[in-house]
Design a binder for this molecule. Sequence first.
Ligand SMILES: [Mn+2]
Length: 152
Amino acid sequence: MKKLKDYMGKRNFLNTPEPFPGIPNKTEMEGDGRFVVQEHHARRLHWDFRLEVDGVLKSWALPKGLPRENGERRLAIEVEDHPLEYLNFQGVIPEGNYGAGEVIIWDRGFYAFLEKTSRKIKIVLSGELIRGAYVLIKTGKEENQWLMVKYQ
Ligand SMILES: [Mn+2]
């Protein structure tokens, strides 16, 4: 990536469809890992970020949604894995049920891993609204507590 510093520095990949180095364009990514962000009007509004990994959706709840600007960081609470079918779910979970409230698909698309360890997940997201490189870092304070940072 170092050789491409100038290329990267001149572009905001949220605003241009040009290639992000190391990741194919969205149309070329069919079949790669998918992601979804669902706006969930539960008792407390939050956004659920889900990544397709090993046949399930790894899931985090973000009280303030995904970071949109480079350097921005947002709390992400890891929650239980969800089935792949949840990628397409939107609707109203009736009162009295777990997570009662409306779920709206806020964004979806494809992603690629740049790095993955048990405490750090670097990804590039290519959705309709979200484009760019993100890192999820386990904070160590609580077992399920992560930070999601947009860095490019
Ligand atoms: Mn939720």
